[in-house]
Write a new protein. Structure first.
Length: 527
């Protein structure tokens, strides 16, 4: 594990429409904590793309916000402020005037990134919050001046491109009044998008696409409007934006003059004048690629800057063979200062018990439930960070509210419930924590939390004395838990004795336990 002194780093994305700031505290155990996330609309690219020059007023707005953000970052202890600028700056003939003012007035050395580098950073930021498994995904990010399209897997990008299509660029070009947008005018925008994207679309059609995800303020705002317009509730991160609902949302927005558009439920008023221009891009590309639904991510380029920083500095949590889900779980554990050796030992024992229980016919749960058990085992003790008394309840709260990456809400609820019920009373059907789960999922929580009870008991002293454990069937009604120890384990023996009744209540089998000496030494995992 890489050992570094704790330090704070800030990342700034100076975009065509907004400036975004991310300030992160990186600890010596490789965990990191987000201290601040800020965004300010500056419209740096307003009126720029027709004449390829940044407007002096837009430059002043952007410099003022960048200076304020840089001061905030340094006051938060940031030793580095890593700042990049995108489409509006890279296309401007007076680019150096802007960069010079940023150096002089904000003390920022801003790097102007190419379209392909912007796409790469967006990919890193978005994929770091997804669990793709073996799926191949299409990523789209609509900015103010450009649209980045990517095809990639969990491990690598396979295609990167940046299109000169953006919400501000298209709005300035095609939407020069405040009235409703006629179908004919909207179709003119779509036709322009189709022509500009012809070559990339040809390339993209060669890639199988299993999953599509959109990022950027335009797409997030469209999803929020759609949720409030058609589902009468705020957008949830588990929601899927279908192409059909997207088109209905766009039709409704086009039918309204600008002032009415600003008052649409869910609309960011500062985006109302450019959202249709951005919507035309996503509408056209999804139609041309026959993509019927889109997941929405709130991650993007500034998150990619963080991931890129961690990769370049050799942080093991961002190694290629570490999944988003595992990385997120360890990040939470380390933030709560968990005993990592105990967490790894408990998880290893829980998985061994799960596998032998399946082989013995105690359950028919599969790889999905096994993975969730592993994460619940790794996190089962983090509630003690707050207080040891009833720590399992604190663990449940932390897991449910930590915004673990790569998981949907059902998976988070199951992990939290397994951790909650590994101690104290067994789960009951009427427990409110389980209301959101199906009957099969509730049974899985009962079975997996019982397995975790036993695994935690096998390392109750947190000494790693028990090096292996498995179930063995004696007959149809009786099982034995066989474990091997390399040292004193009386605490573990007492712990097991207290859990035998729980096993019988859940699995309706008798269980005894036998612990014998082992010659092997224990090894714990993690990264």
């Amino acid at each position: 594990m890489l050992a570094t002194a704790p330090h704070t780093v800030a990342f700034m994305d100076i975009g065509t429409n907004s400036i975004r700031l991310l300030i992160v505290r990186i600890e010596s155990n490789n965990a990191y904590t987000v201290l601040h996330q800020l965004k300010e609309t500056v419209r740096l690219g307003e009126g720029e793309f027709a004449r390829h020059r940044l407007d002096p007023n837009a430059i002043s707005r952007a410099v003022n916000v960048a200076r304020h953000f840089a001061l905030l970052a340094r006051n938060a202890g940031a030793g580095e402020v890593i700042a990049v600028a995108t489409a509006a700056t890279r296309e401007a003939e007076n680019q150096e005037d802007f960069l010079s003012r940023l150096r002089d007035e904000a003390e920022l050395d801003v790097h102007v990134v190419s379209g392909l580098e912007e796409a790469r950073l967006i990919y890193l930021g978005v994929v770091s919050g997804l669990h793709l498994g073996d799926r191949q995904a299409f990523f789209i990010d609509i900015g103010g001046g450009s649209t980045e399209v990517i095809v990639g897997t969990q491990a690598e990008h396979l295609y990167l491109n940046s299109l000169e299509l953006g919400a501000i660029r298209l709005s300035n070009q095609f939407l020069d009044d405040e009235g409703p947008i006629t179908p004919k005018r909207y179709e003119r925008i779509r036709s322009h998008v189709r022509n500009e994207a012809a070559a990339p679309l040809h390339d993209l059609r060669a890639f199988p696409i299993d999953f599509a995800v959109g990022s950027s303020g335009t797409i997030e705002n469209l999803a929020e409007i759609a949720a409030r317009m058609f589902w009468r509730r705020p957008w949830s991160r588990d929601d899927v934006l279908s192409y059909t609902v997207l088109r209905r949302t766009i039709d409704e927005l086009c039918s309204l003059p600008l002032e009415s558009r600003r008052r649409v439920p869910g609309m960011n008023p500062a985006r109302a004048d450019i959202i249709v221009g951005g919507a035309a891009v996503i509408d056209t590309l999804l139609e041309e690629l026959s993509i019927r639904e889109l997941r929405v991510s709130d991650r993007g380029l500034r998150d990619g800057l963080l991931v890129d920083y961690l990769l370049r500095h050799g942080y093991p949590a961002f190694a290629a063979d570490v999944s988003v889900r595992e990385r997120s779980v360890y990040q939470l554990g380390r933030s709560c200062r968990f005993n990592e050796d105990h967490a790894n030992t408990t998880a290893s024992l829980a998985l061994s018990l799960f596998d032998s229980a399946r082989t013995s016919g105690l359950h028919d749960l599969g790889a999905w439930e096994r993975e969730l058990l592993q994460y619940a085992a790794l996190l089962h003790h983090i509630g003690a960070f707050l207080t040891y008394s009833n720590y399992q309840k604190h663990t449940e709260y932390l897991v449910r509210n930590a915004d673990l990456l790569g998981f949907d809400q059902t998976e988070i609820a199951i992990i939290a419930s397994i951790a909650r019920y590994h101690r104290g009373p067994l789960p009951r059907e009427r427990d409110p924590d389980l209301f959101s789960l199906t009957s099969d999922q509730q049974w899985a929580v009962r079975a997996l939390s019982t397995i975790l009870r036993l695994a935690e008991s096998l390392d109750r002293s947190q000494s790693g004395s028990i090096v292996s454990a498995f179930f063995e069937q004696i007959d149809a009604r009786r099982f034995v838990l066989r474990a091997q120890a390399i040292g004193e384990c009386q605490v573990e023996v007492w712990g097991l004795d207290n859990q035998l009744d729980s096993f019988e209540k859940v699995f309706r089998r008798k269980l005894t336990a036998e612990i014998t000496p082992a010659l092997l030494t224990a090894a714990s995992g993690g990264f």
